[in-house]
Design a protein around this ligand. Structure first.
Ligand code: ATP
Ligand code: MG
Length: 405
């Protein structure tokens, strides 16, 4: 079937009262960005629906991109037909022949915004039902839970028909919740945390700590590739790489083994906060899950969280590892995440980190270090890359990672 438009239903934003216009505007912008590779499209945001006129573009390719735009509840590929019932019947039959297998149950659901049309919603439902008794005698009308619904929309310019309703990504349009930084390692959990942040409308910038020569270019590249996997949900994502070698070496030389990890994490968080302030972010997201490892016990969180008053949001805090892995697989980040490159934390990880570090002791050991100097040098060494959300990226990541600085 040659569809003429994709009809998009808004997600949660429908309930947002006077913010509605801002939400629709942002969703329109995000949809436009996500579909920039299809120049023939016309995108029309309306009060309760967004219409994407295909003008000959491939509906499956367009819907594939659309499936990763947050703020969309569902969408339906539709056919526009001239307001002439003979033509409506012909198109409806073709649509049903393609989407309703022999013996399917169905019902007709009409919406009418053009009240001057000769048939009202009831008359339209009956008219279509009568038509299908003749044209497809195998079909069974069923009001409750039919196999499919033939949707008929009578609008000013045409009558629109659709039989498919595809679930969208849900959530809120990215950007409507403001900006945050995500502490992105090369592991399984933090990309999943990033996905959930984006889903709630948070625009993300990545902060990644790396420690050359202890960590390789491959490890750094892996973090960029993970960012690329999230980019289709976000548009472009800025990736900040923070040199962490001097800090780790200094901590290793000056802090007792039991507190190495706690003090390292405190420094990471201090740097994340400094970068968040610099880019205008209002919160820090990370991939911590309660009790998963020594640094993620509640006692550790107390001893680490101490360095900042920024909101730290941990979307996967209460998820089991298996649940996180399931999402990572759906996101297609899992295979990348399990590639065995040394992470800056594993290399400097003490054999027995304290699972219940003491806050005062953590503060005391840290106070022996030149925090300001260490932080300043790390911040001076930050390099930023823009990772683009275009699909080409998946094939040719290197070409499209454009160095900013
Ligand atoms: P992940 O799978 O996300 O790496 P993890 O279970 O390995 O998580 P940790 O290594 O303890 O857990 O890290 C906890 C969180 O700290 C990570 O989810 C991430 O948000 C942050 N983090 C750890 N290492 C780095 C890093 N090199 N750069 C940026 N953030 C990091
Ligand atoms: Mg990790």
């Amino acid at each position: 079937m040659q569809y003429s438009e994709i009809m998009v239903r808004y997600g949660e934003l429908s309930t947002k009262g006077k913010n509605r216009q801002a939400f629709i505007g942002r969703l329109n912008g995000n949809v436009t960005k996500a579909l920039h590779e299809f120049p023939a499209l016309t995108i029309r945001p309306k009060r309760d629906r967004l219409h994407i006129e295909l003008n000959g573009e491939d509906s499956d390719a367009v819907m594939d991109r659309l499936s990763r735009v947050f703020g969309i509840q569902s969408y339906s590929p539709s056919v526009a037909v001239e307001k002439d019932m003979a033509k409506v019947h012909e198109a409806a039959l073709q649509l049903m022949n393609e989407t309703a297998p022999l013996g399917s149950s169905y019902k007709v659901n009409t919406r009418r915004s053009d009240h001057s049309f000769e048939l009202d919603t009831n008359a339209m439902n009956l008219n279509m039902g009568d038509f299908f008794v003749e044209a497809r005698p195998d079909l069974v009308v069923k009001m409750k839970d039919p196999d499919l619904i033939l949707r008929v929309e009578v609008r000013k310019e045409a009558i629109y028909l659709s039989t498919r309703k595809i679930l969208g990504a849900g959530g809120l349009p990215v950007g409507t919740a403001g900006k945050a930084v995500l502490m992105l390692s090369g592991g399984i959990d933090s990309p999943v945390a990033g996905y959930y942040a984006l889903k709630r409308g948070v625009d993300l910038e990545m902060v990644h700590f790396f420690s050359p020569p202890y960590t390789s270019d491959s490890a750094l590249n892996k973090a960029k590739q993970l960012t690329a996997k999230l980019a289709p949900y976000a548009g472009n994502i800025r990736f900040m790489q923070v040199p962490f070698t001097e800090i780790q070496e200094t901590i290793k030389a000056n802090v007792p083994e039991g507190y190495l990890m706690t003090v390292q994490r405190r420094l990471m968080l201090r740097l994340a906060e400094a970068l968040a302030k610099k880019v205008g972010a209002l919160a820090i997201f990370n991939g911590e899950s309660v009790g998963q490892v020594a640094s993620q016990t509640l006692e550790s969180m107390v001893a680490i969280n101490d360095v900042t008053t920024f909101p730290i949001i941990r979307p996967v805090a209460t998820m089991d590892k298996n649940e996180i892995i399931k999402v990572a697989q759906d996101l297609d980040t899992y295979d990348l995440s399990i590639m065995p490159f040394e992470d800056c934390c594993t290399i400097f990880a003490p054999p027995a980190p304290k699972t219940k570090p003491n806050l005062d002791r953590a503060r005391y050991f840290e106070s022996k270090l030149d925090i300001d100097g260490l932080m300043q040098r790390a911040l001076d060494g930050v390099k930023t890359t823009v990772i683009k959300g275009s699909d080409q990226f998946m094939d040719q990541q290197q070409d499209i990672i454009s160095e900013l600085l």
